[in-house]
Ligand binder design. Structure first.
Ligand code: KG4
Ligand code: ZN
Length: 334
């Protein structure tokens, strides 16, 4: 079969990214323009500012990606874009850019769900093997997905309130260690001990998660310490928080693998970079003869390479869109 080069665009949050991906697995060239320095000043992503920066940068990022790949638009076989979920203004910039390119160059337009993208980050350089369970942990999502085959998704469960990355970011804000909080808390967790007794979230036999109670417990603990003039040990708090998060995620993921009788786990999303989750899942998987794989760190957080990888398989399943494609800020994967 002829090679297929997909030019993919991802603008669902605060990264303006374009990538050219060959056959759903080879990263030919990728550009990721992060706005993190801008949003850090506000302690989180400001949607209006994010969409304005996407608009300013999208053409430059697409042209930069083609230059990096030493390719021309005529070499591209299809265009792909994240159409949701995400920030509506940000998504719209990518969707309109991809629609315009597909129209001008008369090539297929492939709509990709952001979570499908995170999952297919695992197909870059390695090959995904089915059936599998995908644990998707990011700033906006915490989901357990069962995949019987290529581009077939069954949602087993997910968070009922905050996403795991969101809870990391909120805890980081409470203890004043900056944004995004995940990497900082992860680093601090390695330096502390489990001193604070925090509640284990939704400790039941469902595949669902809940992190808002845990976040509230951290906020209350911080306020209590302030009122009583006691200094909170931030490293110990980070360790206590991360231990509880890791415990609940690992427990439910292993439960899903056993219930579904699946021995292949993939981990996706920004929080897949978390060292506690990586180490503990690796250990538990080894114990249970489960093959566990992660994307390279650079493909864990938002990028267009993962969108180009997913798009190849979406296209093979017949998913294409026309110029009526719209962004959807809140759309389920299944
Ligand atoms: O997937 P992503 O780039 O964006 C979304 O689609 O949400 O994930 C970003 C999230 C942020 O909440 C960030 O704090 C978290 O991933 N994160 C981490 C780590 N690295 C990034 N959380 C915990 N530990 C980390 N090492
Ligand atoms: Zn993401």
């Amino acid at each position: 079969m002829k090679d297929m080069y997909i030019l993919a665009i991802e603008t669902s949050c605060d990264e303006t990214s374009c990538s050219i991906v060959k056959n759903g697995s080879i990263d030919v060239a990728t550009i990721i323009l992060s706005q993190i320095d801008i949003h850090t000043n506000f302690g989180g992503v400001v949607p209006e500012i994010a969409s304005r920066h996407h608009l300013k940068n999208i053409t430059m990022v697409i042209e930069g990606c083609l230059d990096k790949a030493k390719m021309k638009m005529d070499d591209i076989d299809a265009f792909a874009v994240t159409y949701g979920p995400g920030l509506i203004g940000s998504l719209l910039v990518g969707v309109e850019a991809a629609k315009t390119l597909a129209y001008i160059y008369k090539k297929p337009l492939i709509p990709v769900h952001h979570i499908a993208g995170h999952i297919y980050a695992n197909n870059i350089t390695k090959k995904m093997v089915y059936p599998l369970i995908a644990l998707v942990v990011s700033g906006g999502h915490t989901e357990l997905i069962y995949m019987k085959g290529e581009y077939e998704f069954e949602r087993l469960g997910g968070t009922l309130d905050d996403a795991v990355g969101e809870s990391y970011d909120k805890v980081a804000r409470v203890i004043g260690v900056g944004y995004p909080g995940g990497p900082v808390i992860d680093k601090m967790a390695k330096m502390g001990t489990h001193e604070y007794n925090l509640p284990i979230p939704l400790n039941d036999s469902s595949y669902n998660f809940s992190f808002s109670g845990l976040k509230s417990a951290v906020i209350n603990l911080s306020h209590n310490c302030n009122q009583r003039g006691i200094e909170l040990n931030k490293e110990n708090l980070a360790t206590s928080f991360q231990d509880v998060v890791v415990e609940t995620i690992v427990k439910k993921t292993i439960m899903a693998l056993k219930d579904k009788n699946v021995n292949h786990l993939i981990i996706a999303g920004g929080v897949a970079a978390n060292s506690g989750i990586r180490e503990e899942l690796k250990k538990e998987c080894e114990k249970n003869n489960i093959y566990c794989s992660y994307p390279d760190l650079k493909y864990c957080t938002d990028n267009a390479t993962m969108i180009g990888a997913a798009a190849y398989f979406a296209y093979k399943k017949g998913y294409t869109a026309n110029s009526y494609l719209n962004a959807n800020s809140n759309i389920d994967l299944v």
